[in-house]
Design a binder for this molecule. Structure first.
Ligand code: CMP
Length: 137
């Protein structure tokens, strides 16, 4: 059994498709072990994406992630990390396979609807960034 972190980004929250995206996870057999809607502060967004701090898109990424509320969730299930990434599709929605979340709900590489942990090590770090163990059940 694995756990991974999902973020439904400000574009998808603004489009009112949170339920549709959570349904994709549940329909694929993932369980929502924790979830909450939050407004990230600039400091939180910078800390969460610190690994990208030197990339040219960092400033825009942070601006976008604080432009409105997000929904963060812990997804649990067999191969949860890989399964979530398969459901999301490619980072750039123009390259995402038909039927994936990004192909169906995202507009651009910045406004790309969802984030998902890209390794089990990062999943653990990202889950601990947002949730206390007692809130995951
Ligand atoms: P995410 O999975 O949240 O991880 C970092 C984010 O940076 C990524 O999704 C994109 O939304 C954003 N981003 C913007 N430009 C790029 C780029 N050239 N390569 C990768 N990620 C990018």
């Amino acid at each position: 059994m694995e756990q991974t972190l999902s973020i439904i980004k400000p574009d998808a929250v603004a489009k009112n498709v949170v339920g549709k995206i959570l349904d994709r996870f549940e329909t694929a057999g993932l369980r929502i072990a924790a979830t909450k809607k939050i407004q990230l502060s600039r400091a939180e967004a910078e800390a969460f994406y610190a690994v990208h701090a030197q990339r040219p898109f960092f400033g825009e990424l942070v601006e976008f992630m604080i432009s409105g509320p997000v929904v963060v969730s812990v997804l649990e299930g067999e191969n949860a990390m890989t399964k979530n990434r398969d459901l999301m599709g490619a980072t750039n929605p123009k390259e995402a396979e038909a039927g994936t979340i990004r192909a169906d709900f995202a507009e651009s590489i910045d406004a790309n609807a969802v984030h998902g942990s890209d390794s089990l090590e990062n999943a653990s770090i990202e889950i601990n960034f947002f949730f206390a163990q007692k809130d995951i059940c």
